[in-house]
Design a protein. Sequence first.
Length: 256
Amino acid sequence: MAADDGGGTGLPAGLEAAWGLRERPAKGPKRGLSVDRIVATGIAVADAEGIDAVSMGRVAKELGVSTMSLYRYVAAKDELYVLMQDAATGPPPPRPASADGWRAGLEWWARAQRAVFRRNLWLLRIPISSPPATPNGLAWMEQGLQVLDGCGLDEGRKISVMMLVGGYVRNEVSLMSGLDAAMRAEGLTPDAVMRRYERTVDALTSAHPERFPALRRLLATGVLGEADAEDTEFEFGLARVLDGVAVLVGGPGSGG
């Protein structure tokens, strides 16, 4: 985000254009070249090969233009990343009637974000260098604040809760997608991976049970060799995070 102490948005030109605050270039060096096409091409490369494959040069090559011609529309690769992120994320879906109340609303908000990340895993590789400032980024922020409306927390605490829940979602998707990629690379099912892990832990701890009494008790139950259903860990963790928020709110489900 550009520095701006003069009361402006502080955004680069490309992001101001995304907000409609300045006109996009009307004519380019090649017919049909536009910010939307550049962003769409960057997303196509990221979908196919990951975010590390996206560069101004690579996007220009895909479009059949010179790299310098892109800078009329997008000032730098970092700006392209932000525009790609906004386009791939899209606006939040309408809040369903079933997501009434702060807890059900946050569950819906978290699951909706998780779905976006799982469709576009490369989003997790884009560094977070500033708070949300794109149209869709602020739309998701707005939805989160609306979900927490009336919960009794002050506005600062609401932001903290949104960061907590959003961070949990990012971490869970990042962890599970990494494990899933490793399993796919080896051609193994989750059950096979867990059984192999159980055998490994057993072999490593059996010779010194006095050093690993808790692990030996766990192994004796057999649960370490069983893979959970796909969403079990996510739902368990989300529920525990929201249990903590409930204590902060002091409403139903707070336990006290």
